[in-house]
Design a protein around this ligand. Structure first.
Ligand code: TXA
Ligand code: MG
Length: 340
């Protein structure tokens, strides 16, 4: 298959129409969102959704997020809308928040992998919203990477992984947030955070009160444990290079890396280059987790260009937006953490 690269900047409305037409006919189009690029299909068309799993090499038990452009569209997707859903939507939609609720019969089983719940998100990216509206159907879309790779934050990353596998990539520029949406389940008695993102637990607690955090957010799921969010059990975000996290302060970290410089590199913050005697990739500013999140996946992809065996990165903190960076990095590192 020849994958078309459609540029929103140069052709605007025409490419929105083209993308919507492909989607209505049951094809796959990668679209920009404010978080990462999504690999979209008509959520009501089981055959189209099946193609997503094939194109990504995605395990058959990892359900997809359904994207809407207008609140009314949720009525077709959810069986029941809890009050907490309304409250969170009012505060954070459109935006990088995905909420899980009981599903309606209109959503095919393949979208939810047979689960009785469905994940819903209303993206804020203007191009994503235009495509959803023009297609006239909600779009099922996981991140547009090959299963296991870092999520794509620009059209080039998508092409690197998906060229020849999907009908088109809609280039809408670089994604602003850079890590995937926060995922919270509202299907149980207490809201349960399944994936941290740039909208933090603390911010959401101001709106809905206490939120439980699934333990797989912090740690490796135990073997054989039933995953609340199936995506959490898979190896994720991994470049080919081995990533190892170092539980140390800034000074200790530089010392450790420079002592172990043989065949090694480091992920570091802006303006730290002079402190390191190894090749480095930069991801954002020290203490600014939004900027670290923004550059994280690109930096992980770039570690493969350093041509070293191991790349060291600092273990991030676990509160606020830092938790989003922490959660991605421990997975990228395959949970390898050392304390010098
Ligand atoms: O920012 C994002 O969320 C991006 C953009 C494209 O919207 N999408 C994305 O999708 O990251 P994906 O498929 O890469 O991640 C979806 C996560 C997976 O961990 C999946 O297991 C979980 O959400 N999920 C989806 N439906 C679920 C459900 N019904 N119950 C529990 N977890 C669910
Ligand atoms: Mg993904």
């Amino acid at each position: 298959m020849k994958t078309k690269l459609l540029s929103y900047e140069s052709s605007g409305k025409a490419v929105i129409r083209k993308a919507a037409e492909i989607l209505r006919k049951g094809g796959l189009v990668a679209i920009p969102t404010e978080t990462v690029y999504g690999l979209a299909a008509n959520a009501f068309d089981p055959k189209a959704v099946e193609k997503i799993f094939r194109a990504k090499g995605r395990p058959q038990d990892n359900p997809l997020i359904v994207h809407v452009a207008d609140f009314d569209d949720v009525m077709d997707i959810a069986d029941y809308i809890p009050f907490s859903f309304m409250q969170l939507a009012k505060s954070f939609w459109p935006g990088p928040l995905t909420m899980i609720v009981k599903k309606s019969d209109k959503i095919p089983d393949i979208v939810t992998c047979g689960m009785d719940t469905v994940a819903v998100r209303m993206p804020s990216h203007p191009v994503a919203r235009k495509v959803i509206r023009e297609a006239g159907v909600p779009l099922a879309a996981p991140s547009a990477n090959l299963s296991g790779s870092p999520s794509p934050t620009c059209a080039k990353h998508v092409m690197d992984d998906m060229d020849g596998r999907i009908e088109a990539v809609l280039d809408g520029g670089e994604c602003e947030v850079g890590v995937e949406s926060t995922v919270i389940s509202l299907a149980g008695d207490v809201p349960l955070l399944l994936r941290p993102g740039i909208i933090s637990k603390e911010e959401m607690e101001k709106v809905v009160g206490f939120i439980e955090v699934h333990k797989a957010v912090y740690d490796k799921p135990e073997d054989g444990e039933k995953a609340a969010s199936p995506g959490m059990k898979y190896i994720h975000y991994s470049p080919k290079t081995e990533i190892i996290l170092v539980d140390a302060d800034d000074e200790e970290f530089a010392g450790f890396v420079n002592r172990n410089a043989d065949n090694a590199g480091a992920m570091i913050y802006e303006s730290e280059q002079d402190l390191f005697s190894v090749p480095t990739v930069v991801y954002g500013k020290k203490g600014d987790y939004d900027s670290q999140a923004h550059y994280l996946f690109e930096a992980l992809r770039k570690t493969d260009e350093l041509n070293v065996k191991t790349v060291y990165a600092r273990l991030p903190g676990q509160t606020g937006a830092a938790l989003a960076v922490y959660n991605r990095l421990i997975r990228a590192a395959g949970y390898r953490i050392i304390k010098p």
